[in-house]
Design a protein around this ligand. Sequence first.
Ligand code: HEC
Length: 112
Amino acid sequence: MNISKLIVVGIVALSLSACGNKHNDTTAPSPSAAVKADSANIATLYQNYCMSCHGTQLQGGQGPNLQKVGERLDEAAIIKQIQKGGGGMPPFQVAMKDEELKALASWLAQLK
Ligand code: HEC
């Protein structure tokens, strides 16, 4: 168990128990709340698009283990993998907004 995994588990639990799928577009969050919302978004993105193949703990399954994916791939390579898919992974270029894609990829790229 490394720290980033613990954080993911915490965030997933939080985003499940907290505000459902309500968006905070209308509120003006403090800077720290904005950071939390970002991490929660990444967890939600991961849950929605990636967890079925890469596992609840990034441990892998149908797709490879992503727990230390940042050691193998940089952010650009991860973005490319998500956009284009390949090797049994579907492309997500259409499903995801650019900033969501970037946030998810940079989070994965720092898992080392
Ligand atoms: C339908 C199952 C499936 C889904 C959903 C899926 N993947 Fe994958 N993913 C795979 C498979 C299979 C591979 C292996 C591809 C290969 O070997 O070329 C892979 C490979 C990867 C890799 C490269 C890992 C490496 O070590 O080379 C990354 C990064 C990745 N996926 C991220 C994601 C992200 C982020 C999402 C969500 C947006 C996602 N995947 C959704 C099946 C999936």
